[in-house]
Design a protein around this ligand. Structure first.
Ligand code: SF4
Length: 419
């Protein structure tokens, strides 16, 4: 029997433009699905707060619609005007100016909007997705491609920075846009072609480079692609003998958990060893919907790690990060990276001093399970790669002993003779 979910997908042979690659759904309500029927979803969880939001703002939405990830994308908030229906944005100065000039597109799924509704625009999650006038201020050290990724693309949209691994920018689309996105120079507004032809060039490059053993399929967000297209990518990569692991970089489980259908998971598990790096920001993101989505992925044997950007006013304290890491571990996502916020234009209001990141790591080490401690890293401007930063545990040498401070600040010696 045909998979009804796949019946509504664009044919693989069709070389997709960026918009078409986004499910042949529209970015606005005015342009409905090209395939009118919304398939049934096997995702049924709606948490009480989200249900209240749904009843208030989408009273006519059926269960089938609300639980459809395509419907969620189609009904996303893409204008400040529409957003003002659910959140008080009167404190944003010069809204009209911001609407016209904002550089990074606005997009928030109704599901994620339900987590913001009724809260101040200064609440943690709101800050991460609602445009801010400060995005227009360019500060010293900021540039549109701080990691110089475009200079490391041997073919369009394939970043080859480290010898044995590459990153494929599979699409420029995300279900929800983060205001601090490192790859904002590549997402949506960049009209580069991300369709099958571009992927084939990337796949050919990987096939011809036997040193590459690890491929990160990223974006934009690859889980916003139709299933047939994700499978095309995964099966093509899996057919390359020297590819050992495939990683998917995504925020979809946090902003569009309805996307994690049983059909998607069944397809993904054919391509093990498959890893998933999940972008998460704050404990408030871990809702019953997210727990369901992540359980499905974990039960399918997908190894998940977290990626969190350290953001001023959002998660820049020990209590919040510790809570987030604990909640992630409980749903089988291993804390992986805590990133210093990259210097993209207009991001200074998000960036913390390095001392803040070190203080957070110091507040975790020894005070919680080692598994709950992410690596705090700076992705170095100029393309130097990730550099881990650690508080000063090593205190120097005294003859045949090295000196170290433990998590309580007590000094210890370790015999390590000079040879
Ligand atoms: S999900 Fe990732 S790629 Fe998309 S906007 Fe957020 S940070 Fe950027």
């Amino acid at each position: 029997m045909n998979n009804p979910d796949q019946n509504s997908e664009p044919p693989l042979q069709k070389d997709l433009s960026l918009e078409e690659a986004v499910l042949e759904t529209a970015s606005t309500e005015e342009k409905p699905f090209s395939r009118t029927e919304i398939p049934n979803s096997d995702f049924k969880i709606v948490s009480p707060d989200t249900q209240k939001f749904r009843e208030t703002y989408f009273p006519d939405a059926t269960d089938k619609q609300w639980n459809s990830w395509r419907w969620q994308i189609q009904k996303s908030y893409t204008s400040i005007k529409k957003l003002s229906e659910i959140i008080d944005i009167s404190s944003i100065e010069d809204i009209d100016f911001l609407s016209k000039t904002r550089k990074l597109p606005l997009r928030i799924t109704p599901y994620y909007a339900s987590l913001l509704s009724g809260k101040s625009i200064k609440s943690a999650l709101s800050r991460t997705v609602i445009p801010d006038m400060r995005e227009l201020l360019i500060s010293p050290g900021e540039e549109s491609d701080p990691l110089h990724e475009e200079a490391m693309c041997p073919v369009n949209n394939l970043i080859h920075r480290y010898p044995d691994r590459v990153l494929m920018v599979s699409t420029g689309f995300c279900a929800t846009y983060c205001r601090y996105c490192t790859r904002s120079h590549m997402v949506l507004k960049d009209k580069k072609h991300f369709g099958i032809k571009a992927w084939e060039k990337s796949i050919e490059y990987i096939r011809n480079n036997p040193a590459v053993r690890d491929v990160v399929v990223s974006g934009g967000d690859p889980l916003t692609l139709p299933e047939t297209h994700i499978e095309f990518l995964l099966s093509s990569l899996r057919a390359i003998p020297h590819i050992e692991i495939i990683r998917i970089g995504t925020k979809v489980p946090m902003v569009l958990p309805q996307r994690i259908t049983n059909g998607l998971v069944k397809m993904l598990k054919k391509y093990h060893p498959l890893f998933m790096s999940i972008h998460c920001t704050h404990p408030d993101e871990i809702t019953p919907e997210v727990v369901e989505a992540v359980n499905r992925l974990a039960d399918a044997g997908i190894v998940m790690g977290s990626q969190t950007v350290l953001l001023q006013g959002v998660n820049d304290d020990v209590v919040t990060i510790k809570e987030l890491m604990h909640r992630l571990l409980k749903i089988r996502i291993r804390p992986y990276y805590l990133y210093q916020c990259d210097p993209i234009p207009g991001s200074a209001h998000f960036r913390t001093p390095i001392s803040k990141g070190l203080e957070i790591i110091k507040g975790l080490r020894g005070f919680t399970s080692g598994y709950a401690i992410p690596h705090y890293v700076i992705d170095t401007p100029g393309g130097g790669g990730k550099i881990p930063l650690l508080p000063e545990y090593y205190q120097g040498r005294e003859g045949d002993y090295i000196l170290m401070k433990n998590y309580e600040g007590n000094l210890f010696k370790y015999y390590d003779p000079i040879r």
